[in-house]
Design a protein around this ligand. Structure first.
Ligand SMILES: Nc1nc2c(ncn2[C@@H]2O[C@H](COP(=O)(O)OP(=O)(O)OP(=O)(O)O)[C@@H](O)[C@H]2O)c(=O)[nH]1
Ligand SMILES: [Mg+2]
Ligand SMILES: [Zn+2]
Length: 181
């Protein structure tokens, strides 16, 4: 967070707003300036939590402020492309002073998504759509159909960006080739 301007912070918070609706907790942190670290600690104490994310995103740095075992190795990011250099090589379970455990994992540079069988499965991955699936056609895929409960909620109960992502996934997985509901 310490790297962001006030405008960038506003923009970031706005773009992640939809996560609240999905009941996904967000922490805005900086390990350099001790922003938000106490909240993370409080949230994960007494539990077993694994940290995952791209190489160089600061997982081990954050864990060093949280875990009570031996300090983890932290690596500089590449000057050329500011990506991480895969500093953490293994997966380690570490104790926390407050009780509970945290797991450091090696970062990744890309992810491969599992296959999605059909449009029903895709749609179920957008839990905030479910209560609005009151569409006229019960095989509605929420794209071009009239009287679609999901499209009616765009900008209201459903975030436009999430809907756009749904369409992106639909095209990416070429789900139109497969059976509808
Ligand atoms: N600006 C800034 N840099 C940070 C912060 N936390 C960590 N870093 C830097 O980010 C770089 C990567 O940190 P690591 O903790 O090694 O990242 P990692 O996610 O564990 O990376 P891998 O082990 O490769 O997966 C280091 O140069 C850290 O000093 C932060 O709060 N602000
Ligand atoms: Mg690491
Ligand atoms: Zn619909």
């Amino acid at each position: 967070m310490e790297l962001l301007s006030v405008e960038e912070e506003v923009e970031l918070r706005k773009s992640l707003e939809f996560l609240k609706k999905l009941e996904i907790e967000i922490f805005y942190i900086s390990t350099y300036e001790d922003i938000g670290i106490a909240e993370v600690k409080e949230y994960i104490k007494g539990q077993i939590t694994a940290f995952g994310g791209p190489s160089g995103s600061g997982k081990s740095s954050l864990l060093n402020l949280i875990q009570s075992g031996k300090k983890l190795e932290v690596g500089a990011t590449s000057k050329k492309n500011s990506r991480g250099r895969h500093t953490t090589k293994g997966t380690t379970l570490l104790p926390m002073l407050e009780g509970g455990w945290v797991i450091d994992t090696p970062g990744f540079s890309s992810i491969e998504l599992p296959p999605i069988k059909d449009v029903t499965e895709l749609s179920n991955l957008f839990p905030e759509f479910i209560e609005y699936r009151t569409c006229k056609y019960n095989n509605c895929i929420h794209i071009n159909e009239p009287n679609c409960g999901v499209k009616d909620q765009l900008g209201l109960g459903i975030e436009q960006a999430r809907y756009d992502f749904y369409i992106w996934c639909y095209n990416f997985y070429k789900l139109e080739r497969w059976n509808k509901y």
